[in-house]
Design a protein around this ligand. Structure first.
Ligand code: PMP
Length: 376
């Protein structure tokens, strides 16, 4: 269970170098293939001039946003995002982790309750731990359980927030947004949705699962991150303006940290304004993921979910570590996912596909895993 770091170099289109070897990288969140897209990165930097370097390409702000780190560019990016989502406002955070520990703990008090899907990301869970509101977790995707909790506890609390990811990061399955919206309306709750793994991947504008399902307006607190399909770092909240104003005054992970640097804000603006034009990448990703999932299932392997994140459940942690080594020896950079990231007994390979992958390069995977399991 010991964890260690492993330096990589030369990240390319769906590939990565490690120890002098090139691997097909199945462990990144670069879903649209932008983080490793040298042509796009070159295009981004061709806009640099001596006059705009400080405002748009500098590496740091040397201050929190509430001091001198609040840049025009931050506001331009927030306006762009609010406009794309058709909502009143957007507010930047330095990462999804900051957002998930910085929003609900600032908004909710001891009179309130949070109902959170059991498989929500660790950052959401950490936010629950520091929040003064009470919290309860419902079984993953089990909205009957959620409703039972609402029936029992709704009336005892002032505000109740329902919290879910839209695409679950370790299982590759999706929340049922229609049901979550219906419950939040019926029981008069706030709905908090973490779209980290779906921004860029779903919707004709690439805004995520809420766009695809046509319910953006029903998501009171919609969190997106730039660290996955957008290929950089940072996060945003889409909400009503009053919530934005309140968080600027109360959210400690926003107030007490150095603001995102111009070069990151500029890249995030560059990518967000192009997301709609990346439908071909989305389509390719969906198609390749569908084909690989089918091939894995045909090989009798236990997969799950329906997205470009494909878990292959192995079970025991030590066996999963051994299997990941075997895949690495065969040129696939797959890492074992073990407890506490996933529940005990469900250690797995998390095959994370990007638009750079095609089915031909992934075709050996099902056979490799099958033969290795059969040889045990
Ligand atoms: N939410 C989810 C669902 C995530 O999977 C992650 C990171 N893996 C985060 C939030 C944290 O985002 P960031 O990496 O920007 O801190």
């Amino acid at each position: 269970m010991y964890r260690s770091l492993s330096p990589l170099s030369n990240r390319g289109a769906g590939t990565v170098e490690h120890g002098g070897r090139t691997f097909i990288n199945l462990s990144s969140n670069d879903y649209l293939g932008l983080a490793g897209n040298s042509a796009l990165i070159e295009e981004f930097y061709t806009a640099r001039t001596e006059a705009n370097t400080m405002d748009r390409f500098a590496p740091g702000t040397a201050s929190s946003r509430l001091l001198t780190g609040d840049l025009q560019l931050s506001h331009e990016l927030e306006s762009l995002i609010a406009g794309l989502y058709g909502r009143e406002s957007a507010l930047l955070f330095n990462s999804g982790y900051h957002a998930n520990i910085g929003i609900l703990p600032s908004l909710l008090t001891k009179h309130d309750l949070i109902l959170s899907d059991k498989l929500n990301h660790a950052s959401i869970h950490d936010g629950l731990q520091i929040c003064r509101a009470e919290f309860k977790r419902f079984r993953h995707g089990d909205y009957r359980h959620l409703e039972t909790l609402l029936q029992t506890h709704r009336d005892d609390h002032r505000l109740v927030a329902i919290v879910s990811e839209s695409v679950f990061s370790m299982d590759g399955d999706c929340a049922d947004l229609e049901t979550l919206v219906e419950l939040k309306q019926r029981y008069k709750c706030l709905l908090y949705l973490d779209e980290a793994h779906s921004i860029g991947v779903y919707g004709t504008k690439g805004l995520g699962l809420a766009e695809l399902r046509g319910c953006i307006d029903e998501i009171d607190l919609l969190v997106g991150t730039f660290g996955k399909a957008c290929g950089s770092v940072g996060a945003f909240l889409v909400s009503d303006e009053i919530i934005r104003a309140y968080l600027i005054n109360r959210s400690r992970p926003l107030i007490f940290t150095t603001a995102l640097p111009p070069v990151v804000l500029n890249w995030n603006h560059f990518v967000m304004s192009r997301l709609a034009s990346m439908q071909a990448r989305r389509d390719k990703l969906t198609q390749t993921s569908r084909e690989l999932r089918k091939k894995l299932e045909n090989a009798g392997l236990q997969t799950g979910g329906s997205t470009n994140i494909i878990p292959v459940i192995i079970g025991a942690a030590d066996q999963t570590v051994e299997g990941a080594k075997m895949l690495q020896n065969n040129g696939f950079y797959v890492l074992p996912v073990r407890p506490p990231t996933v529940p005990k007994g469900t250690s797995r390979f998390r095959l994370s596909l990007t638009a750079d992958h095609d089915i031909e390069m992934l075709a050996p995977l099902p056979g490799l895993i099958r033969n290795w399991l059969d040889g045990k």
